[in-house]
Design a protein around this ligand. Structure first.
Ligand code: PMP
Ligand code: GLN
Length: 378
């Protein structure tokens, strides 16, 4: 079978979640929130099955959802898009990424991706003929190594993938970094795929800026969003892509063969949410910040060094000198708390080995219990 994929084994989130279930540990591994998004969206998803037809919706998405995505883009990022030529609805951000790689890449095109990275990028890139060029963020503070990044660009560079706010580190890319990246894209004629699924999950004092908003980048970038993250409804798997017509039509040319359409009832509910539930997603950043501060303090008290972050629902902590994979197994089995080894987010051969990722979008009681278990164990 496909060795590119079979060599990668089962993804780390499934592995750690099943280990957590076997050991009945508190799961701070896989990133999904305990507190789910707006009830009215759920009601509307159910009602939509009866109120609308249940046959294939349009390939690009239903008009209501595409119009709502366009309004959301203009209102929250200041990026006006034409809903008819510059939006596409996908089956989650995951399908958006797959369709982007499949629709944009030719065999041998190079794709610049930062390490650490979300685990789907490399397999999807390789499966679609891309050649990943990995640049490591500096693990001491997750800064972008400008020299190495500049050296990675050449005339084969087709794309750079930017995930900001960033999984697993929680880093929000600074305007200076984005400007540096923008200049390189323009110099080498490269495009950018912007995985912005955590765009609303930013802590007070920080701001998420999209690379697409920088001068000269409007026609070089596609932005990917996710209803799962925006509304804390990760099972829904509704995503969206916005960008210039040429890139949207390239992504759609793949989307039509991968999934073709997205369940229409969910699109109706997401359209409602984008237009009416801004209070929910605008409040997420502050809610999560409080949870992060709590976990950060408790982890520091038991001897972890917590790395800085500005957003998402992930926290990276440095522990003592032990292999991170074994440490996460030991924590699950012996302490009853599950985290994810950060080396699993690295494509390069020599990842840092003392970092683990905790997900803190959990209810306060669960976070308290996890911290109490860690205190007892250490
Ligand atoms: N990108 C990043 C950075 C993620 O963390 C995730 C996981 N939630 C996704 C994409 C996939 O999002 P979705 O569930 O909408 O497919
Ligand atoms: N995005 C989530 C995380 O990083 C989980 C995605 C998955 O389970 N594949 O934890």
């Amino acid at each position: 079978f496909n060795e590119n994929l079979s060599n990668l084994g089962t993804n780390i989130f499934s592995v750690m979640t099943s280990l957590s279930l076997q050991n009945k540990s508190i799961n701070l591994g896989q990133g999904f929130p305990d507190e789910e998004g707006p009830d009215e969206m759920k009601r509307r998803a159910g009602a939509a099955v009866f109120e609308h037809t249940n046959q294939y919706p349009p390939m690009f998405g239903i008009a209501e959802a595409r119009q709502a995505v366009a309004r959301h883009s203009a209102a929250h990022s200041g990026l006006a898009v034409d809903w008819q030529t510059e939006t596409l609805i996908t089956v989650g951000a995951t399908e958006a990424l797959a369709s982007a790689f499949m629709g944009i890449l030719n065999r041998g095109d190079e794709v610049i991706i930062f390490d650490p990275q979300y685990d789907a990028y490399i397999p999807l890139c390789i499966a679609n003929g891309g050649v990943p060029k990995v640049v490591k963020l500096d693990p001491s503070d997750w800064s972008v190594p400008h020299d190495q990044l500049a050296a990675a660009f050449n005339d084969k560079t087709k794309l750079i993938l930017i995930n900001s706010p960033h999984n697993p580190t929680g880093k929000v890319f600074s305007v200076e970094d984005l400007q540096f990246i923008a200049d390189l894209c323009k110099q080498w004629g490269a495009y950018a795929v912007l995985d912005e699924v955590y765009e609303h999950l930013v802590f007070e004092g920080s701001q998420h800026v999209s690379l697409r908003s920088l001068p000269g980048m409007h026609d070089r970038c596609i932005r990917i969003g996710s209803a799962g993250k925006t509304f804390s409804l990760t099972a829904w798997k509704v995503g969206w892509v916005t960008g210039p017509p040429a890139l949207i039509s390239a992504v759609a040319s793949a989307h039509q063969f991968i999934t073709f359409t997205v369940p229409s009832a969910m699109q109706h509910a997401v359209a409602y949410g984008l237009d009416n539930e801004a209070t929910f997603y605008r409040g997420l950043g502050e809610l999560l910040h409080q949870k992060r501060l709590f976990l950060e303090k408790q982890l520091t008290d038991v001897g972890f060094r917590v790395l800085p972050a500005q957003g998402t629902y992930f926290l990276v902590a440095d522990f003592r000198d032990e292999n991170d994979v074994q440490f996460c197994q030991r924590l699950t089995i012996e302490a009853g708390v599950t985290a994810i080894p950060v080396s699993a987010f690295y494509a390069s051969k020599d990842p840092p080995r003392s970092l683990i990722r905790f997900c803190f979008c959990k209810d306060d009681e669960k976070l308290r219990q996890a911290c109490a278990a860690l205190k007892k164990y250490f």
